[in-house]
Design a protein around this ligand. Structure first.
Ligand code: FES
Length: 105
């Protein structure tokens, strides 16, 4: 079962930036990639660096530590350092502009 949790208003996140939040005990990263919003796990699957603040281009985020790029939609990594995908989560934005993230229980 998936339960949606309120994160923060989408107006708080500028284009091509990211912001982390703990929801239901999980470290979630919300990204605004050119106006498209995505929710992924904030921990890189290579060596556990936080992805917050990583460069966002199109629908990819680059890990600040060694630069692995992850597809924000699918979680798929590019390159040789890791082949473990990043967990991704369903995201919705309410009519009032609140970002909500779906987490399974
Ligand atoms: S820890 Fe993210 S690429 Fe190495």
């Amino acid at each position: 079962m998936t339960i949606f949790h309120d994160a923060f208003p989408s107006s708080e996140l500028e284009d091509n930036t990211s912001k982390s939040i703990i929801l239901a005990g999980k470290n979630i990263l919300i990204c605004n990639a050119g106006g498209e919003f995505y929710a992924v796990n904030n921990i890189c699957t290579h060596q556990h660096a936080e992805l917050e603040g990583g460069r966002i281009r199109n629908c990819f985020i680059s890990c600040p530590l060694h630069g692995v790029r992850f597809n924000l939609e699918t979680g798929k990594p590019m390159g040789q350092l890791t082949n473990i995908p990043l967990p991704t989560y369903p995201l919705e934005i309410t009519e009032e502009g609140m970002i909500r993230v779906g987490l399974s229980v």
